[in-house]
Write a protein that binds this ligand. Structure first.
Ligand code: ATP
Ligand code: MG
Length: 140
């Protein structure tokens, strides 16, 4: 039952307008539930997806994300890769600090997401920004 989705389940979503953020958030929650993550983890993922999708819209205009079930025999896992072809993040170490924003925001999206996730990495240069997050839990 909890292994029903193992080894498959890849989902790609375009992020180009506000509704796409809502959809990505809902899809992440649904996939996480299907894999067997707790409601609290579903919420963590939904929040992270919402923040990273909003960043794509705000700073790159459009992009996409890919959600993958990376569960194994002993672990539940989900990985989500966000990509855009926008201007890039000039200083990543600054961008992940609380309160840093070039967009007049709270500067809470990246640092908050980083704290919520088990894995969090950013690669960025002009023309390609990729943020990868993952949540991994031992199977009950
Ligand atoms: N996809 C992206 N492309 C280019 N720059 C980005 C991208 N995502 C984030 N940034 C940069 O990193 C900064 C920090 O992002 P973060 O999400 O933490 O805060 P914010 O979006 O400014 O405000 P908040 O998310 O709290 O509303 C942004 O202000 C922006 O300069
Ligand atoms: Mg943000």
């Amino acid at each position: 039952m909890s292994t029903a989705t193992r080894g498959g389940m890849d989902m790609q979503l375009c992020i180009a307008e506000a509704m796409d953020v809502v959809r990505a958030r809902a899809d992440a929650r649904q996939l996480a539930a299907l894999i067997g993550f707790s409601p609290a983890d579903q919420t963590r993922l939904a929040t992270a997806v919402s923040e990273l999708s909003r960043n794509i819209l705000q700073y790159a205009g459009k992009g996409h994300c890919e959600m993958s079930d990376i569960s194994t025999d002993t672990t539940l896992g989900i990985r989500i890769v966000f990509e855009d072809n926008g201007p890039g993040i000039a200083d990543i170490s600054l961008a992940i600090q609380d309160g840093y924003s070039t967009g007049g925001g709270l500067g809470a999206g990246l640092p908050g997401t980083r704290r919520l996730m088990d894995q969090f990495s950013i690669e960025s240069r002009p023309g390609l920004t990729r943020v990868t997050i993952a949540l991994v839990r031992r199977r009950a």
